[in-house]
Design a protein around this ligand. Structure first.
Ligand code: FAD
Length: 394
């Protein structure tokens, strides 16, 4: 039987951070993962360049049943702390936009940095290890694993959410939470593309697949995001859509202003006065791609020389383009979602230590908790901050 001070299950972003910080405090740390590689999501993240934090991280960038829960950990390990770590390792990075920091080279720079820290701190990392059973023991927890039995004082659950099962995601953390008396709030896919089944809409998106529209304002349930949208074969994606998907529930209407930077009615009226013989589709091709202008003019409006529209028709065109309302039929689900909304109820976890209030010595960190960031490096910042917080107490 192996004995360790701390066992962490899940060698992803949160687990790796917690492991080396706890080991630097002198704790014997065993880090277990069922996958054949640590940090697979880190490698896949940010299109291979890992958007590892955001300069403007604030509690308002997170969704949770308890919006106050994330505040303490985020304040005690900030974006600046992680940036300092990245700088210490000489990892080159840049701000892409909106405070989003990406590696200049590859995500493996971030994973390599975390693994180096773990190695130097003396963390024992064991991959391809399956956890078969967890029980409370006199001094903490006893685990049965595919590599034998282990006992520990502190057990940290860092197994993440359900998104992208092919990268090793499981509902294991929720199972452990329930075993020890925790509530798990309903989970659903977040930061995920929308699918459409309305035949006309679906055909429009499919024909425009790969086309993006810069600077759209997408709104749902009182939330708005101003960013790109992208047409896909099955519906809509792009940063503004991914962001709003976390606020969307089945049946909700999504509104898209395709031209928030323009007073469209004013613009169309000016065109009517100055270029009366220009066709609508020719004019719209100055605002969208030619293909999109052509398709919208055919499917949504009747394209004719702009002088032939009466004022109410121009108003209707402006209204349709600045307030496109649609009800997505669903999302692409966990297969492509970046995150899982919901999870272990934070009401029963200490926001200072991440320790369970139901079972002393048991900790939850990272995405397994009901804390979900917006798109833009916030989810990793939560993984680093919550991992760091728990590491001070395990
Ligand atoms: P994870 O990183 O998911 O780690 C969980 C670990 O637990 C995994 O190693 C897994 O193998 C292991 N595990 C699961 N079940 C078991 C089990 N039963 N037994 C043992 N081990 C288990 N966020 C950003 O901030 N910026 C980005 O650029 C970004 N890009 C992303 C791109 C993609 C494609 C995806 C899917 C997500 C992206 N995210 C991004 C979100 C971010 O990756 C996660 O929020 C973050 O990894 C969560 O960290 P975690 O440690 O809680 O969980």
């Amino acid at each position: 039987m192996q004995t360790s001070d701390v066992v962490i299950i899940g060698a992803g972003a949160a687990g790796l951070m917690c492991a080396f910080v706890a080991a630097r405090r002198g704790r014997r740390v065993l880090l277990l993962d069922h996958a054949n590689k640590a940090g697979k999501k880190i490698l896949m993240s940010g299109g291979g360049r890992c958007n590892f934090t955001n300069l403007y991280t604030e509690p308002a960038n997170f969704l949770s049943g308890n919006p106050h829960f994330c505040k303490s950990a985020l304040a005690r390990y900030t974006q600046w702390d992680f940036i300092a770590l990245v700088a210490k390792h000489g990892v080159p990075y840049h701000e892409k936009k909106l405070g989003q920091l990406f590696c200049d080279n590859k995500s493996s720079d971030i994973l390599g940095m975390l693994l180096d820290e773990c190695r130097e701190a003396g963390v024992e990392l064991r991959l391809e290890t399956h956890i078969q059973q967890i029980e409370r023991s006199e001094s903490g927890y006893q685990l049965q694993t595919s590599a034998g039995a282990v006992t520990c004082q502190s057990l940290v659950i860092a197994t993440g959410g359900l998104s992208i099962p092919t990268l090793g995601a499981t509902g294991f953390g929720y199972q452990v939470a329930r075993q020890f008396g925790h509530d798990v709030l309903p989970t659903r896919a977040g930061l995920v593309p929308f699918t459409l089944t309305d035949p006309q809409l679906k055909a429009l998106c499919s024909e425009l697949s790969g086309t993006s529209v810069e600077d759209c304002l997408v709104s749902c349930n009182g939330q708005s995001f101003r960013e790109n949208i992208l047409f896909t074969h099955r519906g809509l994606s792009g940063p503004a859509i991914l962001q709003i998907s976390s606020f969307w529930q089945p049946g909700d209407t999504v509104e898209i202003n395709l031209l928030p930077h323009l007073d469209l009615l004013d613009w169309l009226t000016t065109q009517q006065r100055e270029r009366p013989n220009s066709e609508l589709k020719t004019l719209l091709a100055e605002l969208f791609t030619k293909k999109m202008a052509g398709l919208l003019s055919e499917q949504w409006f009747v394209s004719k020389p702009v002088k032939q529209y009466v004022p109410t028709e121009l108003e209707a065109i402006a209204e349709r383009l600045s307030c496109w309302s649609l009800v997505p039929s669903g999302t692409e689900g966990y297969r492509t979602a970046e995150v899982t909304l919901g999870g272990v109820d934070t009401q029963e976890v200490s926001s200072k230590t991440m320790e369970s209030r139901k079972s002393p010595g048991l900790y939850f960190i990272g995405e397994v908790l009901d804390v979900t960031g917006h798109l833009g490096g916030f989810n990793f910042q939560w993984a680093w901050a919550s991992g760091f917080a728990a590491a001070q107490y395990v």
